[in-house]
Design a protein around this ligand. Structure first.
Ligand code: NAP
Length: 478
C-alpha cells in the first residue's frame, strides 16, 4: 500500500485511462470544477488517436456526431489536458506504475466486445459479432481488414441502435457512404457485396424496441433500399398500449413503424431491409461449417411487455448472421471485475475492491462504470458523479511518490513505448483530411476524410516520422 503523504502544495496528478467521450468529459469536468487545488491530468489511450467509441464505434454516416467531436476537440485543444496515446494499460503500464506517478486514476475504458449470444451455431463461419463489424467499417487498427461480405441474405439479431447501424451499413449502397470517412478497404468491401435482403429481428414487439426515433427514421433514407414490415408482428399487449401512450419516444417509433407498414414501401429497389418483431433466435443453422439459415421462434407478448415462446418455428435462409445484442466491457488488469455486467464494481464511480470496500484513489466513469447503455451525452452526467466523489475524497489523495510530469514520459521511453501526443493527433487529423481532399480530386464524390487504419502508419504520421507520402497513401488504403 502506498503511504499517504498530504502535500497539497503541488497539483493533484490524475491519470485517466481511455480517451473516449467518458475520459474527455471526466477530464474537462475536473478542470472546470470549483476546487481549491491545482490539477494536472494525463489522458491515456491504447490507440494512437483519441475519441474512443466516437472514432471506432459510431457509424460513419452519422454526421450529427461530428458536433460531439468538435466539442471534445475544443476541450483537448485548450492545452491543459495531456494526451498520451498508443499506451496500453495492463501491458505498457500497470496499476503499480500509475500509483507511483499519480494520486488518482479514473478508468474510462468503455465496452467494445460483443455480448455473447448463447445459441447453437453461434460459432459457425458467417456468424459475426455486430461490434466486430462496427470495428471493421470504422477502421479499427486492431481488427483484421478482411471482412467476408459474400452473403445475399443476412440476418441482424437485436433491436438496439447498433443493430440498426449494422443493418443500414450492410444494406446501403457503398457509393452513398463515400462522402463519409470510411477507409478505402471498407468502401471496396461494401461495393463488392452481393447482398439483396437484410432481416432485422427483435425478440419483443414494436413497442419494446431499444433503438431511438431519429435512428429508426434514418432507415427510410437509404437510396434504392425498400423497407419491408409484416402485419402479424404488430401485436400490442396492455403494457405496449400503455408505453405507446405515456412515452413520447415509443409513441413516435410505433407511429413510424405503423406508417411504414400501411404505406406501400415496395418501389422495386434492388435491396430490401426487413424489420421483424416477436422473433427469438433459437439456432444458427449450418452447412459444411458455414451459416445456412437462422431458426426463430415466434414469441407472444405476455401483458407486461415481456414475451413467451409460442412453439412455432420458422427457418430463414440467410448466409450470414450479425449478433447485435449489446456490448460488454472487458476486465481491467489489477481491478475487481463484475463478469456478468461487464463493469468494474463501483459505488457512484468509486472503484470497489474484492472485499466490496472503495479502493482509495481509484475511480471509474462511462460504460465500464455503468454498463453499455445510453447515448454519448449521458456520459457527462455520469462523469460528473465520479468527479464529485473524487473532490469529496481529495484530502486523502496526494499519494504519488513520483508525481513529476516528465517522470512518466521517462518511464514510457525507457520501456520503448512510442506514445503519441495531442500534436501527433493534430498531424494525423490533418493527414486524413488531406487524403480525403486527394481522393476528392481524383474521383466524382467529395470525400470528407480517409481514415488511416494500420497502427504503424497512424504512429508514423502522429510522430511525424519521415515515411514516404506515397507509402502512407497506399497504407491508408489497406
Ligand atoms: P441495446 O440498446 O441494449 O439493445 C440490445 C438489443 O438486443 C435489444 O433489442 C435486446 O432485446 C436485444 N437482445 C439482447 N439479448 C438478446 C438475445 N439473447 N436474443 C435476442 N435479442 C437480444 O444495445 P446496443 O444496440 O448495443 O446499443 C448500446 C447503446 O449504445 C445504446 O444505449 C444505444 O442507444 C447506443 N447507441 C447509439 C447509437 C446512435 O446512433 N445514437 C448508435 C449505436 C449505439 P430486449 O430489449 O428484449 O432485451
Amino acid at each position: 500500500m502506498t503511504e499517504t503523504v498530504p502535500t497539497p502544495d503541488r497539483p493533484l496528478r490524475l491519470a485517466i485511462i481511455g480517451a473516449g467521450p467518458a475520459g474527455v468529459y471526466t477530464a474537462d469536468l475536473l478542470t472546470k470544477a470549483e476546487r481549491d487545488f491545482e490539477v494536472s491530468i494525463d489522458l491515456f489511450d491504447r490507440y494512437p488517436a483519441p475519441y474512443g467509441l466516437i472514432r471506432y464505434g459510431v457509424a460513419p454516416d452519422h454526421p450529427r456526431i461530428k458536433g460531439i467531436v468538435k466539442a471534445l476537440h475544443k476541450v483537448m485543444d485548450r492545452g491543459d489536458i495531456r494526451f498520451l496515446g498508443n499506451v496500453d494499460f495492463g501491458r505498457d503500464l500497470n496499476l503499480e506504475d500509475l500509483r507511483e506517478h499519480y494520486d488518482a486514476i479514473v478508468f474510462s475504458t468503455g465496452a467494445i466486445k460483443d455480448a455473447a449470444l448463447d445459441i447453437p451455431g453461434a460459432e459457425l463461419q458467417g456468424s459475426f459479432g455486430g461490434a466486430d463489424f462496427v470495428s471493421w467499417y470504422d477502421g479499427h487498427p486492431d481488427v483484421p481488414r478482411e471482412w467476408p461480405l459474400t452473403a445475399r441474405e443476412v440476418a441482424v439479431i437485436g433491436n438496439g441502435n447498433v443493430a440498426l447501424d449494422v443493418a443500414r451499413m450492410l444494406s446501403k449502397h457503398a457509393e452513398d457512404l463515400l462522402v463519409t470517412e470510411i477507409p478505402e478497404n471498407v468502401y471496396a468491401g461494401l461495393k463488392a457485396s452481393p447482398v439483396t435482403d437484410v432481416h432485422v429481428f427483435g425478440r419483443r414487439g414494436p413497442a419494446q424496441v431499444k433503438f431511438t426515433p431519429l435512428e429508426l427514421r434514418e432507415l427510410a433514407h437509404s437510396k434504392d433500399v425498400d423497407l419491408v414490415l409484416y402485419p402479424e408482428d404488430f401485436e400490442f399487449d396492455a403494457a405496449s398500449e400503455e408505453a405507446a401512450t405515456s412515452n413520447n419516444q415509443i409513441k413516435t417509433m410505433v407511429g413510424t413503424l405503423t406508417n411504414w407498414l400501411v404505406e406501400e414501401q415496395d418501389t422495386g429497389a434492388s435491396r430490401r431491409l426487413h424489420l421483424h418483431f416477436l422473433q427469438q433466435p433459437v439456432e444458427i443453422l449450418g452447412e459444411d461449417g458455414a451459416v445456412a439459415g437462422l431458426r426463430m421462434e415466434r414469441m407472444e407478448l405476455d401483458g407486461t411487455g415481456n414475451v413467451k415462446g409460442t412453439g412455432e418455428f420458422t427457418d430463414y435462409p440467410v448466409q450470414a448472421v450479425y449478433r447485435a445484442i449489446g456490448y460488454h466491457g472487458s476486465e481491467v488488469p489489477g481491478l475487481a471485475y463484475d463478469e456478468r455486467r461487464g463493469v468494474i464494481p463501483n459505488d457512484a464511480g468509486r472503484v470497489l475492491g474484492a472485499d466490496g470496500a472503495p479502493v482509495p484513489g481509484l475511480y471509474a466513469s462511462g460504460w465500464i462504470k455503468r454498463g453499455p447503455v445510453g447515448l454519448i451525452g449521458h456520459t457527462k452526467g455520469d462523469a460528473l458523479e465520479t468527479i464529485g466523489c473524487l473532490l469529496e475524497d481529495q484530502p486523502q489523495l496526494w499519494t504519488a511518490r513520483n508525481p513529476d510530469e516528465q517522470a512518466v514520459l521517462n518511464l514510457l521511453e525507457s520501456r520503448g513505448i512510442d506514445y503519441t501526443t495531442w500534436e501527433g493527433w493534430l498531424a494525423l487529423d490533418e493527414h486524413e483530411l488531406a487524403l480525403g481532399a486527394e481522393a476528392t480530386g481524383s474521383g466524382p464524390v467529395a470525400r470528407e476524410r480517409v481514415k488511416v487504419v494500420p497502427r504503424e502508419v497512424m504512429l508514423a504520421v502522429s510522430r511525424q516520422e519521415s515515411v514516404p507520402r506515397e507509402a502512407m497513401v497506399l497504407e491508408a488504403a489497406r
